[in-house]
Design a protein around this ligand. Sequence first.
Ligand SMILES: Nc1nc2c(ncn2[C@@H]2O[C@H](COP(=O)(O)OP(=O)(O)OP(=O)(O)O)[C@@H](O)[C@H]2O)c(=O)[nH]1
Length: 515
Amino acid sequence: MMLPLPSIYRGIWRAAVHSLRTRGTPPSRLLSTCDGDPTGLTDADTIFALSSGHGRCGVAVVRISGPASAAALRCMAGLTHNLPPPRTALLRSITDPRSKEVLDRGLVLWFPAPHSFSGEDSVEFHIHGGPAVITAVLQALGSVPGMRPAEAGEFTRRAFQAGKLGLTEVEGLGDLIHAETEAQRRQALRQMSGELGRLYQDWSHRLKRSLAHVEAFIDFSEDELIEDGVLNQVDRSLCDLQAEMERHLKDERRGERLRSGVQVVIAGATNAGKSSLLNALCQRPAAIVSPIAGTTRDVVETALDIGGFPVLLSDTAGLRDSPDLVEREGVRRARERVEQADLTLVVVDCAGLLSEHQQAAGFLQEHLRSVLASEKQPGTDRCLLVLNKTDLLPEKQRQKLDLELRGVSGLPPVCLISCQTKEGLKDFLIVLHSKVKTLCGDPLSGAPTLTQARHRAHLQQCVAALYQYQRYRDTDLALAAEGVRLALTSLGRITGRVGAEEILDIIFKDFCIGK
Ligand SMILES: Nc1nc2c(ncn2[C@@H]2O[C@H](COP(=O)(O)OP(=O)(O)OP(=O)(O)O)[C@@H](O)[C@H]2O)c(=O)[nH]1
């Protein structure tokens, strides 16, 4: 790129500041999560809270963050002169600063700023985890001037404000705390390590660069200070970026599914053994089982861990026409669940199937269509056919059925089970696990995936804004630039950090030779 003379730097800087001020909202500030708090709580306060879980436990951790941390440590751990070496546990008596009564004997740790979780001076007290000890220490801390109990998430908010964590890392941390299965833990840890944040930061940087170039072209091309090829370069860069974002969005919601749980719905005719299957999978009588057709009327949900993947399993009302209003509502709900399901387990009573149908495969295809409410060939990748009650079949017939259905095109994987004898359940679980795994993807392999609907919405806005650039590129460059600015703002809402200063930095870096 051709660069202006040093005397022009100031002009560029002024023009850039001016253009950012006058053309729409600058994508500058940190997100409003950090805005002033109407409750009057300020970041100058030193905050404290029990950071370990509530209830009786061996050791409880009380965390303090803010400018008065050192004072609290001194007065409560009897350290009149020197503070302990940073990040080194020291066994001390912990006393009430008012009465000087010893409250407990425990470990104290000192984390001077900026090398702490929150980026501020911080202290940890590792005390005995009895409720009376915890209450006494928290009350004593409340009596230290400048200290107050922390609001929910305030330590993390301070870490974010101090630039210790990006928004995606903050979200990863939240997910890690809430992770209930192994795969969720892996995904959350990966996000917390900043991989997703770095991907978005890279995109953000490329957008800022393009925006800076377009802005400069608008302001200086008439003075012939900007090379003609600049816009073509921006076109190429934005086109590449858009393709990357669209690929990232085409992930079939695997990361979000893993984060919130795979919706697996058990559906089928009455008395097929759907509730029995739910109970067998969760190993408790969660749903009522009875020989009376139409027993289950509402949706019964349970959360399961299938080989490290989270599953939300729903039993539904048996599908049949009924004059009963309540049952009809149950069937409507069942159909609604099937529509929203990531995976449907279509349960069929195989004893009834054989006695009534010579051609099991043909009947099952028809049955699947009616359960999945699909006119076309039912999607075989989002469903499993579970033939239950094999214990009622003579062995020969069971084998015949197995052979007949193996590899029939147009049918999803077929599992023969008996909820009564548990035969076939192990193999069924293997098939189910593999399905769920495919639906969630491997959280550790490949590029980091989207994990939240929030990210998806902002990214979709980002891509739409890049289309705006393309649309106006040849007719109205100011509107096209606005598209890039909107894209940057949308992306900034994910990462939580887009600053006008950063755009100006890039203008300087790219256009000032010798700097
Ligand atoms: N022999 C045999 N009976 C079973 C098996 N699984 C379920 N049953 C019986 O079949 C009947 C219906 O079972 P449910 O689990 O209530 O069936 P459902 O599909 O939930 O029935 P609805 O509530 O009517 O939709 C009960 O009497 C069960 O004990 C099985 O594998 N073998």
